[in-house]
Write a protein that binds this ligand. Structure first.
Ligand code: NI
Length: 339
């Protein structure tokens, strides 16, 4: 297994030192372009490859060709950067290994506005009180994004939010559009409490099996369904199974968010293993994959949230972390961590 945890040297170190982030309103935060590194096709996950690390999800719609890869029983963790297929598809893959341009902002704290955007702070200013509940994201300190797929599932999601509230943390929920109407109050709570509502397609179909029009429909209908119940249209997408090909990448028209720690919670259904999968590997900038459907995943989350906080990690949404790390989220590109 070839480790592809890239590469990213910043060519223009001088530019990084001088370029200050320009924060825009809304979820998309623009940074100096030099901070965004587009890597060639080395990490493209191809549907036919069946490589370890693919389809690490419940195989709700999987056909025989997409059967779950066998994982070694001793390891519950896949680090996406090291386990994805290296099957190259020249010129088409775009995997961004996010690398922050160093924390040249020093100790400046960046408050988060109600819409999740980082509020610009003048360099000369002292840290200001956060706009929301006294919450401040400090880009110079470690952070992780907890992400929960396949919900909403009120019985689990509400427990997770209860504990996040106690620790002033936020999470990202990648939801299946066809489920949201049945859990509307929970989705509305996510918005009210500052979590990120995100798209996991309308019907959790594996998009690499679909044509362009169907891919676009799955994405659009997912966004529509979520927006209809909570008033917020998602700005990020997680692909079912994490699976993609060139047609998928060309037709989602959204930033696609993978992960850097796969807890395999859906498979083990064991809170101890899920907790260990995170705590044994977690580092700054990780995107942690869990699933909202399972009570054991909720059990794990309610243990992880205090412990990660205790270890000094800020619990932030995906969009918050991208902003804090100075990464623009661009439609059609794939992100698996923000370093
Ligand atoms: Ni899923």
């Amino acid at each position: 297994m070839k480790r592809l945890n890239l590469l990213v040297a910043f060519a223009a170190a001088g530019a990084i030192l001088t370029a200050q982030p320009v924060f825009a309103a809304g979820n998309s935060v623009m940074m100096n372009d030099s901070a965004v590194i587009t890597v060639g096709a080395a990490q493209a996950q191809e549907a036919s490859g069946g490589a370890p690390g693919m389809a690490a999800e419940p195989s709700q719609n999987s056909g025989p060709a997409m059967s779950q890869p066998e994982q070694g029983s001793g390891s519950a963790v896949i680090v996406a950067g090291s386990s994805q297929s290296s099957e190259a598809e020249a010129g088409t893959g775009t995997e961004i290994q996010s690398q922050a341009p160093g924390n040249d902002s020093g100790s400046i704290l960046q408050p988060v506005g109600p819409d999740g955007a980082i509020v610009p702070v003048e360099e000369e200013q002292k840290p200001t009180e956060a706009a929301q509940n006294g919450r401040v994201i400090d880009p110079s300190k470690p952070m992780v994004a907890l992400t929960f797929d396949d919900g909403p599932q009120s019985s689990v999601g509400n427990r997770i939010m209860d504990v996040l509230n106690q620790y002033n943390g936020k999470a990202t929920f990648f939801m299946v559009g066809e489920r949201v109407a049945s859990h509307a109050a929970e989705v509305q709570r996510m918005v009210a409490e500052g979590h990120e509502v995100a798209n996991h397609t309308m019907n959790h179909k594996y998009l690499q099996k679909l044509g362009a029009a169907e891919i676009q429909s799955q994405v659009a209908k997912g966004n529509d369904a979520i927006e209809a119940v909570c008033g917020v249209r998602p700005t990020i997408l997680r692909l079912p199974g994490g699976n993609h090909n060139a047609t998928v990448r060309a037709n989602t028209h959204m930033p696609m968010i993978q992960w850097s720690i796969d807890t395999l919670d859906w498979k083990t259904r064991n809170a101890d293993k899920t907790v260990a999968a995170v705590l044994d590997h977690v580092k700054d900038g990780d995107i942690i994959l869990m699933h909202e459907l399972y009570s054991q995943s909720g059990d794990a989350a309610v243990r992880l949230i205090p412990e990660l906080t205790n270890r000094g990690y800020q619990l932030v949404t995906v969009s918050e972390m991208a902003a804090a790390k100075g990464q623009a989220l661009e439609a059609g590109k794939i992100y698996s961590s923000f370093r």
